[in-house]
Design a protein around this ligand. Structure first.
Ligand code: GLC
Length: 737
């Protein structure tokens, strides 16, 4: 009884609060004219034309994006609050994707850290900086699962795995939104792009996707569901059509799934003009039909294409859109404006001391960058020791302050970037001579005239550190690549450096997995750093000299060849799985009989294995996983199971390992993946130290949408692994009753 009373006392205020909140919304709604309601559904991009003032004053504009001048925000907000009839404040949006001024690694890089804490901290810092400049709402996190390195926007995502994206996406939502949306260090998150945008056919941005229902439920929707459960305030529809239905007109996804099943109570915003782009899709005949389909499907706010403000009055008069539908959309928008505290505190406190680039922010960005770096190869040349007296620092990305920040950086400033060159000079310039040569001016540059000087610098060095990769513009929105090797003359630069015979450390700074087989073969060590942001230089310098050991793990599979795409670890087994002993193209005898090679799923010229599997990453130390055991081998529905492994740092460096837990549901009502990540933990160990690392699984963690399209953990046998990447062989098993 006592407990009941306790919880009633706890929940009662929450319930009352929700009731009061809805009361405030309904009170305001009841005073609004139809035009004012439609005005709330209209978002425009800020421009200096001066036309916006009148629209705000007349209540025709409910939101602006792309304004980051606090004084101007306050001026426009004052028009909304003091001069419009009902004084409804604007909500100001901005793409604060991986930092506002202090730029963190691009999200795919943050995902490589396998650290929700670092992601949450980064989002919280971005929120504090953005809100201080008048931004109330960011269009992040991007939760689009991507299995295709051709797609440039994977840079903004959290990789190929639904579990990793769910954990990190939720952490980002919590970071942006903080404890209370109305705090002046919080901003509303916007989970995007709903949904399956990352499955664009051919990796070509904006292209159609064809994700069938089971795959939609088991791979592409889970990160969004997790983020809604984490309290995401808003959601953005995607540009793609899925099986012919553009996301901004997809009633099933926006109403049946998002509202009815998930009880989402925030608001839905379209992507930039994605509503009127339904005309180009051939799904709508004109802006009026687009407005009708999007409103009825459940898109509450239209980003910049003005079809709502221009057509909804007529659509309502013609009975094609109901006032109830408009009221619901406006309620959703007002709910978030109230939660943001905009009615009570509409203005930015411009007198507040600046938090931009605060020391603590820069430190956190450096830590995130350090943890996001993945060591792919090391023959022992790293970490550099005090025998190294001269470094030849070579490459177009060694001192590229703009490009190091990566894609989707609107407000970060290259002047604040600390590059590898600057960091090495600042931190190690006393103990080591650093000879710097670009070799190639920028990542696409085919001009080889600088290679000779680079080779010369290499010849007189103890070690060569070549920093190559991609300019920021080569990833991100609309930046798909059909060939994904190092561009320009970078490959030639590496080949010439290799010829010097000097120890060669290659650092790749890029926005996607690249085809790096040749460079990997040439390297004595390779570090992969997805555009690491403002503090990427100090992070990489510290790793080169062993101040911190690399701990990153790949959040995406690295295929060997483009032709292997799509390639991802959590694939189905097929009826003829790759056995591993297949005949490869160079070993096929002449006039081989048609069926002599066996029939299994692989490429004659590239096999079936990637260059690096999901979850892969080396360290300066080595780790040993032994003694994997379960607290039970038979599980009943609703129970939990604990898996424990002994993890030992068998090397000579203090280092952090990301232990990963995978399962396989051996038989399901539909075929299940050969492995699924269901847990990961960062474990710091001193040299020689061991730890017992445990993971607890609940039967809910085993559930999936099966043949009946119900989310169920089906009885049967499971395999379970714990290891340092998705290829781990340390295996055990259990049965679910
Ligand atoms: C874009 C992007 C979206 C972004 C929006 C506003 O085209 O697809 O991710 O948030 O426009 O800039």
């Amino acid at each position: 009884m006592k407990n009941l009373l306790f919880f009633a006392c706890l929940l009662l205020p929450l319930g009352m609060h929700a009731q009061q909140e809805e009361q405030r919304i309904n009170d305001l709604l009841s005073k609004m004219t139809l035009e004012e309601k439609i005005g709330q559904m209209n978002q425009l991009s800020y421009d200096r034309s001066g036309d916006l003032d009148a629209g705000i004053r007349s209540g025709q504009i409910g939101s602006l994006l792309n304004i980051v001048d606090p004084a101007e925000v306050n001026r426009l907000q004052a028009i909304a609050v003091k001069e419009s009839r009902l004084g409804i404040p604007l909500i100001i949006g901005r793409d604060v994707i991986h930092g506002f001024k202090t730029i963190f690694p691009i999200p795919i890089g943050q995902a490589a850290a396998f650290n929700p804490g670092i992601v949450e901290e980064g989002a919280a810092i971005a929120a504090a900086e953005a809100r201080s400049m008048g931004v109330h709402w960011t269009f992040a996190p991007m939760l689009d699962i991507s299995r295709d390195p051709r797609w440039g926007r994977l840079a903004e995502g959290l990789g190929e795995d639904p579990y990793l994206a769910s954990v990190l996406g939720s952490a980002m939502v919590r970071g942006f939104q903080g404890k209370n949306l109305s705090d002046n260090t919080s901003i509303a998150a916007c989970i995007k792009h709903f949904v399956a945008y990352g499955a664009a056919e051919g990796g070509r941005d904006y292209n159609s996707t064809n994700i069938p229902p089971y795959l939609m439920r088991n791979v592409y929707l889970p990160p969004f569901k997790a983020a809604v459960e984490a309290g995401a305030a808003t959601l953005m529809t995607s540009f793609n059509d899925n099986d012919g239905i553009p996301a901004s007109g997809n009633t099933f996804l926006l109403r049946n799934v998002l509202r009815d099943e998930w009880k989402f109570d925030g608001f839905v915003v379209s992507d930039w003009a994605s509503i009127t782009e339904m005309i180009a899709h051939g799904f709508c005949a004109d802006p009026k039909e687009a407005a009708m389909k999007a409103t009825n499907a459940g898109v509450d706010m239209e980003m910049v294409s003005r079809s709502y403000i221009r057509n909804l009055p007529a659509l309502i008069k013609e009975g094609k859109v109901s006032v109830q539908t408009v009221d619901e959309a406006v309620r959703n928008i007002l709910r978030i404006k109230f939660r943001l505290g905009l009615f009570d505190h509409p203005y930015v406190d411009v007198a507040k001391p600046s938090v931009l680039y605060a020391e603590a922010h820069l430190k956190a960005a450096q830590k995130a960058a350090e943890e996001s770096v993945v060591l792919l190869k090391n023959t022992g040349v790293l970490p550099l020791n005090n025998t190294v007296k001269t470094i030849a620092l070579i490459g177009p990305m060694a001192d590229a302050p703009h490009d190091q920040l990566g894609t989707w950086v609107f407000d970060g400033e290259k002047a604040r970037t600390i590059t590898p060159l600057a960091a090495l000079q600042q931190q190690y310039g006393q103990q080591v001579k650093i000879n710097y040569e670009k070799g190639v001016a920028y990542s696409r540059d085919n001009n080889t005239s600088g290679i000779a000087a680079a080779v010369k610098a290499a010849q007189s060095a103890d070690v060569v550190v070549a920093v190559v990769g991609e300019e920021a513009i080569l990833s991100g929105e609309a930046h798909s690549l059909a060939a994904w090797e190092l561009k320009g003359a970078q490959k030639q630069l590496i080949a010439e450096l290799k010829k010097t015979g000097k120890p060669l450390v290659i650092i790749v700074i890029a926005g996607r997995p690249l085809a790096i087989q040749h460079e990997l073969d040439a390297a004595d060590a390779m570090l992969y750093s997805f555009h690491p942001g403002t503090m990427g230089g100090p992070a990489l310098a510290g790793i080169l000299f062993g101040k911190v050991a690399p701990s990153g793990k790949l959040p995406m599979t690295f295929p060997k060849e483009m032709g292997q795409i799509p390639m991802y670890y959590n694939h189905n087994n097929t009826g003829r799985p790759f056995r591993g002993n297949e005949t490869m193209i160079d070993d096929i005898p002449l006039e081989a009989a048609q069926t002599s090679l066996g029939n299994s799923s692989y490429y004659l010229d590239a096999g079936a294995a990637p260059l690096f599997p999901f979850g892969f990453g080396l360290s300066y130390s080595t780790f040993d996983y032994t003694n994997l055991r379960l607290d039970k081998t038979t599980l009943k529905q609703g129970e939990t199971l604990t898996a424990t492994v002994t993890l030992k740092n068998t090397g000579s460096y203090e280092a952090t390992e990301v232990a990963q837990l995978y399962i396989r549901d051996l038989v399901g009502s539909i075929a299940r993946p050969v492995k699924e990540l269901k847990g990961f933990k960062r474990v710091a160990l001193k040299a020689g130290e061991s730890a017992e690392v445990s993971f607890t699984l609940h039967t809910d963690d085993l559930a999936f949408y099966g043949i009946d399209m119900k989310e169920v953990a089906e009885p049967g046998a499971f395999k379970l692994w714990i290891g340092g990447d998705s290829n781990t062989k340390l295996e055990t098993g259990f049965t679910l009753e």
